[in-house]
Design a protein around this ligand. Structure first.
Ligand code: LLP
Length: 445
């Protein structure tokens, strides 16, 4: 037994946790708690970082990210890509490239940031269910390593755009994205493998086979593989196995050199959750593919995002107000909210909160942690547990915010997006600076 379904995967964040301290597994690999109970990440004291850079603040453990990249590289074949949508900035792109991973970019914007970071274009995999002519043309001109084709309209678009490529030039390598018809056990908003989806070509309906035939006839591109992605924050290895079976059965007779099983591996967000490791996911997938005849000559890769970066990051806030409503609940307001972490309001995702000055303290006090935005839905932790001596002015942190936090951040209510620091060997560096009032006004004419 390696997996249990995530509370955060469904809209079930209302279950209060016990007063137990935050579990160690929810902190970055190189987090440490000193004799006073204070938290450090990779040798840097979290309170000192918050004092220096202000709050809200995203803090990442660089070595944690590196070790997840290494695990992904050794678990899958060469070509495994980091899904940049989970968290992307130039430093992050360079870091995963240094670790030998390719980068999955899902839009023209992600493509531009990856290129600006200096990662060679041939290490990029261009995704998207509605790539524009401009995005495809940019990808082709830059020389991206792979394009994952998602629709018949895109096939036609690619046909037009590659017509004029020089006959001696390298033909762009493409993969076809297929939908295996598997319902992953996760929140419906992040489920993608089922038949009723905007993504990819259905295997069951025959669309995938037609797309393969069309791509094989096209002179301008080279079809090198099959791709599928069943969803995100998936805890059940069974779902991955089922999908692998369908994709493998479809792909094996095609004899193409590559098969990409997507991303989607879940991570633990709250006490008591246990996610499979990247290695367990890879082993189960490979075994399922073997069973349906996908041989060792096929390069099997994946594109994890969350599993690489989620637990490496945490967010630090400052408590600005504690409002006790007798007989109802206590509201603890912090200086961020749905603008730096929209996941609770979007998916009902659960998080653990703790005080970095007393990281392993018991948390008997029930409260709702809310942000500073002007709506009731602006909740960060619906049923949080905190130490009893919580006071205004305390730094309060939420764990496991490294994926889909900063990348989904907004300027709602004209709240500036926070800075991001990477810490390694006791040294912190700002990799994304915090926004200023000038940034908020930059686009106004
Ligand atoms: N590959 C493809 C084609 C994807 O669409 C995704 C995620 C990934 C890889 C990476 O999935 P991961 O390993 O990170 O689960 N905003 C949502 C997650 C959306 C994921 C979208 N696609 C959240 O905050 O939970």
């Amino acid at each position: 037994m390696i997996a249990r379904r995530s509370k955060t995967a469904g809209a079930d964040a209302s279950e209060p946790s016990s007063d137990a301290p935050l579990e160690r597994q929810l902190l970055p690999e190189n987090a440490a708690i000193d004799d006073l109970g204070q938290l450090s990440v990779a040798g840097a004291n979290v309170i000192a970082l918050a004092e220096e850079h202000g709050t809200p603040l995203f803090i990442y453990d660089e070595a944690h990210i590196r070790s997840r990249c290494r695990e992904a590289r050794s678990a899958f074949d060469d070509g495994v890509a980091y899904a940049t949508k989970a968290f992307l900035c130039k430093a992050m792109a360079r870091l995963v490239h240094e670790e030998g991973l390719c980068l999955d970019v899902a839009t023209g914007g992600e493509l531009e940031v990856a290129l600006a970071s200096g990662v060679p274009a041939d290490r990029l995999v261009l995704h998207g269910n509605n790539k524009s002519d401009a995005e495809l043309a940019r990808g082709l001109a830059a020389g991206v390593g792979r394009i994952v084709v998602d629709s018949f309209d895109e096939i036609a678009r690619l046909g037009r755009l590659t017509e004029d490529l020089s006959p001696n030039g390298r033909r762009p390598s493409v993969l076809i994205r297929v939908t295996p018809g598997v319902e992953a056990h996760t929140h419906e908003f992040v489920r993608t493998g089922q038949e009723d989806t905007k993504f990819g070509f259905s295997v069951a309906s025959g669309a995938a086979a037609k797309a393969v035939a069309a791509l094989e006839l096209m002179g301008g591109v080279e079809l090198v593989g099959v791709h599928a992605h069943i969803g995100s924050q998936v805890f059940d290895v069974d779902s991955f196995e089922q999908a692998a079976e369908v994709i493998g059965t479809f792909a094996a007779p095609l004899g193409l050199p590559e098969l990409v099983v997507g991303g989607g591996l879940g991570v633990a967000y709250v006490n008591g959750e246990h996610a499979p490791t990247i290695t367990e996911w890879a082993d189960a997938t490979r075994a399922a593919l073997d069973k349906v005849g996908v041989g060792a000559q096929t390069r099997v890769t994946a594109e994890p995002g969350r599993a690489i970066v989620a637990t490496a990051g945490l967010t630090v806030y400052t408590v600005g107000s504690i409002k006790e409503l007798p007989g109802i609940r206590t509201y603890v307001s912090v200086d961020g909210g749905m603008s730096d972490n929209p996941r609770p309001v979007l998916y009902g995702s659960g998080y653990e909160a703790f005080l970095p000055r007393a990281t392993s303290a018991a948390r008997p006090r029930s409260s709702r942690i809310v942000g500073k935005h002007c709506e009731t839905g602006d909740v960060l932790v619906a049923d949080a547990r905190l130490p009893s001596d919580l006071k205004v002015g305390d730094f309060l942190a939420t764990a496991v915010t490294g994926a889909y936090g900063y990348s989904m951040a907004s300027n709602y209510n004209k709240v500036p997006r926070p800075p991001v620091v990477f810490v390694a060997d006791g040294t912190a560096r700002v990799v994304v600076r915090g926004e200023t009032t000038e940034d908020l006004l930059r686009l106004d004419l």
